[in-house]
Design a protein around this ligand. Sequence first.
Ligand code: MG
Ligand code: MG
Length: 251
Amino acid sequence: MIFLKSEGELELMHRANVLVHRALELVREAAAPGVTTAELDELAENLIREGGGRPAFKGYCGFPATLCTSVNDEIVHGIPSPKVVLAEGDILSVDCGAVVEGYYGDAAVTFAVGKASSEAERLMETTRRCLEDAVDQVRPGSRLGDIGAAVQRRAEAAGFGVVREFVGHGIGRSLHEDPQVPNFGKPGTGLQLKPGLVLAIEPMITAGSWRVRVDDDGWTARTEDGKLAAHFEYSVAVTANGPRVLGFEES
Ligand code: MG
Ligand code: MG
């Protein structure tokens, strides 16, 4: 079941995403060698609650934290912990969700702690551009396959892998709504986009194989071959004028 959102609903989702992007920015500034992912989680939770929202992930299917913090070969769903101490050269994927008046926001970034290798930089930059290419496909009449194909084209041209096991999703009054938004596909296929549809588009790109394994904690998904992974995400509304990335203040 697909729910199209009104202007008023988009405004609430925008507010939720403003909190998410502020939290991600705060976390990026605080992340440094010696800092733990639990400390970052607390910063994000406080910011969201002080901003009038609540963390979207905490308690979701039993997830214990505000952020997913995934280090190096971890792709998504890493659990913040006082035992995970960041080190110079790590890359950290941070995924954050917030709820404002019943409406959800969801976004993610990957960045280096200190200075990362040039290959890690290339992976992060490619993944960020995969997301931008995907956003460029968001307009009435284009299809889900156009989004997936745009991600896959850039990632594979760079020699990287596209994770299959996890996908983007619709978002609104729930964190995960229909449709699923794969990061692979064929142009011109799949659901046609309409104004009011909001998609969480989230390329997960690997430096090697796209195959995934999940840790014994039941959450942390990492690359099977131990190579690095990166993850970027925006919540994007389809409007008559094209994409609107929610959570950025209008200038
Ligand atoms: Mg997310
Ligand atoms: Mg998401």
